[in-house]
Design a protein around this ligand. Sequence first.
Ligand code: SF4
Ligand code: SF4
Length: 440
Amino acid sequence: MNVKDIMKKAGIVGAGGAGFPSYAKIAEGADLLVVNGAECEPLFYTDYYLMLRQMPMILAGIQKVLEDTGIKNALFCVKEHSAKKLGYSDGEKLAQNIYLKVLPDVYPLGDEISLIYQATGRLIRPGNLPISKGVIVYNVETLYNLGLAVKKDASVTMKWLTIGGEVPQPFVVRVPVGTPIADIFAKYSITIPDGHVVLDGGPSMGKIINANRAVVTKTTKGILILPENTQSVQAKMLNGEKSIARAETACCQCTRCTDMCPRALLGYPLEPHKMVRTSPGAVKFNPQMVITATLCCGCGICESLACCQAISPKAVINEYKALLAKNKLRYTAKEDVEVSHERDWRMVPSSRWASVLGVAKYDVEPVFKGEDDGFDRVEINLRQHIGLASVPVVKDGDVVEKGDLIAESANGLSVPQYASISGTVTIEEGVKIIIDRVNK
Ligand code: SF4
Ligand code: SF4
């Protein structure tokens, strides 16, 4: 079976956050595979431990992509601090046609546009896909999942994640897809202190979740418990409406948000300082006015580091992104752009970023727990990827074994889902498939 079919059959989606079905990235015209091991979010060690302990499986995935696509080389990108701990050096050959690329310790290089530029010097035109410059990017865990599919015919049923923040001991563990977060906390004696919130994702780009209802998905990289008064959490509580109101009174148009925006520094025509001063009423009437909002990668530098007036340009831009999506509008450049000569010295050191977000004190290397599939219930969302929801092929009361197909790919951009534990099925129509372990 070729790599595209294997990825689709195994239900592999981008494990680095967005959940784009991986098979759909394979296209004609690619000459370079960029492996994203940058792990940019502070406190996360998920990819680090995968690289430390599962490198042969990651390399097997990379080799399959190279063999089946005709791509000549892979650049395996890791940040300087990880490379040092893993004992790798820049340019090192990891396997046939796979070379290591050491990235500087700056934020946000996990963003694939910044990553590609930093690693290769190729600059993707604003709004275009990496394939337009011959590049395909996969996260290390995505390639690890491919390695498992190639070597062991395994589908995606488990997920690696970091549990960190205000916990007795941060750890990295692999649990079944669909495991309730509350069950993980209960099993590992984790309680949420008063005045704290739980994030799915990192302090920069993660979302505040209800830990009593949330479950692990194919894209969950980590779960953090953080105090509400942390800068990182405060920024997430600033919504677009509040930010627009603040901007109307407090924005001094200093332009720092634009000066420090990593996408603007790449020459993208994104100007957050103008976004915050654009009339929301006018935008509703003419969303085209803010079409460059679709170029924002959501890194949060504008809100957490640049703005001294507690305005969140990111939150304002998120509102505009939603409006643009509703109107099916997206900025796509036809011409190349030029990187700002100021970019090199305006990049944010990773350690500074952790301090700015107020999470530096939680940055301790987690304990590695390995695989834990001792959970009695999973809730597998039918849509945990970009595209169409998977379609159930089981019904209420069916008994399934771990690894059985429970939902097939919809007709379009979609992937199938597999049982992550053995047990009895309950369907929540159009939303999820619940499996309760038999003989608890
Ligand atoms: S979040 Fe802010 S700094 Fe980051 S890309 Fe978007 S506008 Fe630029
Ligand atoms: S950094 Fe803050 S005050 Fe300055 S232009 Fe941007 S939103 Fe306005």
